[in-house]
Design a protein. Structure first.
Length: 265
């Protein structure tokens, strides 16, 4: 993966790209339903705003801000008190705020600034295992891109993919075993080979060259798959081997229980 500064720059750019989609929406457009059941565009931005804020608090806490660390502990306890409902509840609350866009802008900039300042080798607490600043920035990039896709779909906008999605693809590959675990299945022992063509035509690869289980195709489509923003049958991806083919039916780059995915077009 790229260094922390590059990942944070990509995260900032992805936030700016999504901001450009919603900056001039009127109140009615903010209420537009998105492909995520029960979520409007306001819910999508509200979710990002809440999560960016929590990410900034725990990042600042890891860097030595005791008050920020305490605030993250409160958020963590609230989440465990309602593990299946806290995400929707937070999105509902944030979506109703009249200053939603301004709040999200403030929070996401504070988050990226905090991530850029994390000392090397410091681990940041999260709802799952602690992670490095680079991993946290990549995770926030993935979420921003994925929820940005929901917003774009709601507005009928086709986004041109950029090479920023390499971070999304990387998480998608790294979470292979996690996808099996949340589906209560045993992951294959053999590593897979993944070869994806970037938006600029470069080849991105993961895994051993001689692996018998292989996934190839469009990097953009792979990102749509692992964030469950498109149906497997609508994507330019090829799997060789029974295990690789099965993985593409359950792949999931985001935390939490198995997602419901999207319907076939």
């Amino acid at each position: 993966m790229a260094d922390l500064d590059s990942i944070v720059d990509d995260l900032r750019a992805e936030g700016d790209a999504l901001d450009a989609l919603v900056a001039h929406l009127d109140q009615e457009q903010w209420s537009t339903p998105t492909p995520a059941a029960g979520w409007t565009i306001a819910h999508q931005i509200g979710h990002l705003s809440w999560t960016d804020n929590v990410a900034e608090r725990t990042t600042s806490g890891a860097a030595g801000d005791a008050d920020a660390a305490a605030e993250f502990d409160v958020a963590l306890k609230q989440a465990w008190a309602d593990p299946t409902g806290f995400v929707d509840a937070a999105a509902d609350e944030e979506a109703a705020k009249p200053d939603l866009l301004t709040t999200w802008r403030t929070r996401r900039h504070a988050m990226t600034d905090a991530l850029a300042k994390v000392p090397a080798r410091v681990k940041i607490p999260w709802f799952g295992p602690p992670m490095s600043a680079a991993s946290m920035a990549t995770a926030r990039l993935m979420e921003t891109w994925a929820h940005g896709q929901d917003v774009a779909d709601a507005l009928g906008i086709v986004r041109e993919p950029t090479d920023r999605i390499k971070g999304v693809a990387h998480i998608g590959v790294r979470t292979r075993d996690f996808a099996y675990a949340v589906n209560q299945q045993t992951p294959p022992a053999e590593p897979f080979r993944v070869e994806l063509t970037s938006p600029l035509g470069e080849l991105w690869t993961w895994g051993p060259e001689d692996a018998s289980q292989r996934v190839t195709g469009s990097a953009a489509d792979f990102c749509l798959l692992v964030t469950q923003r498109a149906h497997r049958d609508d994507l330019d991806l090829t799997a060789v081997g029974d295990d690789a083919q099965h993985w593409l039916t359950i792949a999931q780059a985001f935390a939490g229980p198995p997602g419901s995915g999207r319907d076939k077009r």
